[in-house]
Design a protein around this ligand. Structure first.
Ligand SMILES: [Zn+2]
Ligand SMILES: [Zn+2]
Length: 386
């Protein structure tokens, strides 16, 4: 089919939409495409097939943007929404990732992006939303911000973001909404409005403040680490470094990093460790919240407090290389460089050193399997429903 639709022949379709749907500030591309389709009275997949028949748009993570697939798509969208192509280029997950992550390649998943785990056009993980933000039919839209993994709550309403329908508990999938449902704030499965909370637990003041801080760094493209102004990329590297250090401390409270965090006033024993060993981007909101609250506390620790605590606990430069992939972030080098190095010891592996897998590793693998099964069940149900 693709060959019968050369670009020049197809372009006649690209004109401003009959029922104007401007791309709103901070709106995600998913949100705009779904609203544009519903405003024209068609389904999201009909709209995208009509304009871009050579691509199955909804099999992609739309919010990443299409610059890396076909830059004409953003140019087309800009005409449809009566705006500039730059607006579309900048309002994507890819645009943020390029600025924040120097090691970005096509193959690695985007860091700081909440996955939707797509199979075909179905997602096995729901699209994050704030029920209060979606209350009004006509003004409801989805924010790109909610797709980032540091976003655990809505800063406007101080409520946790949620991924599922509060009525049928299906993952929220706006791309599957029918034109009869008319608005983006509907569940495609039970057709109810997504205007109630799944949980009545409210975010703590700490998590709310941290959310505001991360959003500020995101908007200003720079932030402060240990009293120095650093680029957004360096700031986010430091954040991830602290998150990983916290995870390490939670796993082994009696070991070095557990003691270090205790020294900084974090009550490790009262905190729960993530059930799986998955990357931060993949763990559930409640587990992220625990890690972010702890990390926010570590953000307040000054340069001299770090050096003092590390010296007291014999923490050396080598201690910060806890796995072979760990890179000490540039922003932390001012502390790191002041610590002593440990000479490398050569260790010969004896047969008695080979240990069976630890119970923690087995449990983490088991929990990952459970998670996969739950997601597959949702997808299988789709197949039966279709
Ligand atoms: Zn909200
Ligand atoms: Zn539902």
């Amino acid at each position: 089919m693709a060959k019968t639709y050369p670009r020049t022949a197809k372009n006649y379709r690209i004109r401003p939409l009959t029922f104007a749907t401007p791309l709103l500030e901070n709106e995600s591309l998913t949100s705009w495409l779904v609203r544009a389709a519903l405003n024209q009275g068609c389904s999201p997949s009909t709209l995208t097939f009509y304009f871009w028949p050579e691509y199955r748009i909804w099999t992609y993570d739309v919010d990443k943007g299409f610059e890396h697939i076909d830059s004409d798509i953003h140019a087309d969208m800009a005409v449809l929404a009566k705006t500039t192509v730059d607006t579309f280029n900048h309002q994507t997950l890819m645009s943020f990732a390029k600025e924040a992550d120097n090691s970005l390649t096509e193959k690695t998943g985007l860091t700081w992006t909440r996955p939707l785990s797509k199979r075909n056009r179905y997602s096995r993980i729901g699209y994050p939303y704030c029920a209060d933000c979606l209350k009004e039919d006509k003004t409801a839209y989805l924010k790109l911000q909610w797709r980032f993994t540091w976003s655990v709550c809505c800063t406007k309403h101080k409520k946790f973001l949620q991924l599922e329908c509060p009525h049928c508990h299906y993952p929220y999938q706006p791309q599957l909404i029918n034109p009869e449902q008319r608005y983006i704030n509907r569940c495609h499965s039970c057709h109810h409005k997504l205007d109630t909370e799944v949980t009545d637990i409210l975010p703590s003041d700490t998590i709310y403040k941290f959310q505001l801080l991360v959003d500020k760094v995101f908007h200003e493209k720079q932030g402060t680490v240990l009293g120095r102004l650093v680029s957004m990329g360096d700031w986010f590297d430091y954040l991830l470094f602290l998150i990983n250090m916290t995870r390490l401390a939670l796993r082994n409270p009696d070991y070095m990093f557990g003691k270090l965090l205790f020294q900084f006033g974090v009550d490790i024993d009262t905190l729960s460790t993530p059930k799986t060993a998955l990357r931060f981007d993949y763990i559930p909101i409640e587990e992220k919240t625990v890690l972010l609250e702890c990390t926010f506390h570590l953000f307040q620790i000054s340069h001299s407090q770090w050096v003092y605590a590390c010296e007291a606990l014999n923490v050396t430069q080598n201690s910060f290389h806890w796995s072979k992939n760990t890179v000490v972030p540039a922003a932390f080098k001012q502390v790191y460089n002041q610590l002593p190095k440990t000479p490398k010891r050569r260790r010969i592996l004896k047969p008695t050193d080979i240990q069976p897998t630890s119970p923690e590793a087995v449990m983490a693998a088991w929990n990952r399997l459970q998670r996969k099964r739950e997601m597959t069940n949702h997808y299988d149900k789709h197949l039966k429903d279709d």
